[in-house]
Ligand binder design. Structure first.
Ligand SMILES: Nc1ncnc2c1ncn2[C@@H]1O[C@H](COP(=O)(O)OP(=O)(O)OP(=O)(O)O)[C@@H](O)[C@H]1O
Ligand SMILES: [Mg+2]
Length: 286
């Protein structure tokens, strides 16, 4: 199956327009092949911050078009691992990764991997909403513009489609030219999701995306994730056990830099294999 057929139309357009302006870039975007069963495979991964080993021999796979939740106590390495998946750790001085992370058929730590192509395919949403200090429209158009799309009508379509995908179009269609900083926290976070979707990622990484939000905004983002997984593979870090149980298909439990167990969410929450997992999910940890 050709994954590009499954992509959001915005991505198709982005790739197409990009090719007109920059054929080389287009070629590098095509190197990812998501036809396999797993969107991400992590094999024997160790990660060091200087001398400190933050991840120890991690092995796991995130199935395509499913939501994988990563849970575990503070400091166990969840953010560290999620950041390895689009090489955000490259920005941390002294950070060293060993092992293999295969995304779309490529080991993303191989020399010569095009980071902008990687990050186009693997978007990220953080705990704190971080809209750019510009209009709603420009926030969404930012990514597509960096991939060479200039045509106003194409950008208009991408903005509309991305906001619809993030279930925000009706709410924001009359505020496109207003500053994104004037939105509520919950709206800002959904805008950040729309911004990530605008370049047509195959994978969306979310690090505690709702921990700063009220229950209503949290519910909206959870609903959105359920909808998005038709087209996108989601990896989400959460401290909210109910959230993991509600929306994820797979759950992985981490402790002190190790992945203790991973399985179907139902199994992890009803019959975990390891006593540490049970203690954590039942709130008897520490
Ligand atoms: N840039 C860094 N330099 C050095 N050590 C770091 C760095 N970032 C994280 N660490 C350490 O790596 C370990 C894992 O941190 P990480 O942020 O991945 O944990 P976490 O599971 O996301 O925790 P939380 O639930 O609190 O967000 C911790 O011991 C942390 O202190
Ligand atoms: Mg974290």
């Amino acid at each position: 199956m050709n994954i590009f057929k499954k992509r959001a139309p915005a991505a198709e357009q982005a790739a197409e327009e990009g090719s007109k302006t920059n054929e080389k870039k287009h070629a590098t975007l095509d190197i990812f092949d998501f036809s396999g069963e797993n969107a991400i495979t992590v094999k024997d991964v160790d990660l060091y911050y200087g001398e400190f080993q933050a991840l120890k021999n991690i092995n796991m796979a995130m199935p395509k078009y499913q939501i994988t939740a990563m849970i575990g106590p503070s400091g166990c390495g969840k953010s560290t691992l999620i950041k390895t998946l689009n090489r955000m750790n490259d920005l941390v001085e002294g950070c060293r990764v060993e092992g293999e992370i295969t995304i779309g058929g490529l080991n993303i730590y191989d020399k010569g991997v095009d980071l902008s192509a990687l990050r186009k395919n693997v978007g990220m949403v953080f705990q704190k909403p971080n809209p750019f200090p510009m209009s709603v429209y420009d926030n969404i158009a930012y990514g597509p513009r960096t991939f060479g799309i200039k045509k106003k009508s194409t950008l208009d379509e991408i903005v509309e489609r991305s906001l619809k995908q993030a279930a925000m179009w009706d709410e924001l269609k009359d505020r496109l030219n207003k500053s994104a900083l004037g939105l509520s926290g919950g709206q800002q976070q959904r805008l950040c999701i729309a911004r990530a979707l605008a370049v047509g990622p195959q994978i969306l990484l979310m690090d505690e995306p709702t921990s700063a939000l009220d229950p209503i905004s949290t519910g909206k983002i959870e609903e959105l994730c359920e909808e998005l997984k038709k087209d996108v593979t989601i990896v989400m870090v959460t401290h909210n056990m109910q959230q993991a149980a509600r929306i994820s298909d797979k759950t992985a439990f981490f402790l002190l830099g190790e992945m203790i167990e991973m399985g179907d969410t139902e199994q992890i929450f009803s019959a975990p294999t390891h006593p540490e997992t049970e203690r954590y999910i039942t709130g008897r940890f520490g």
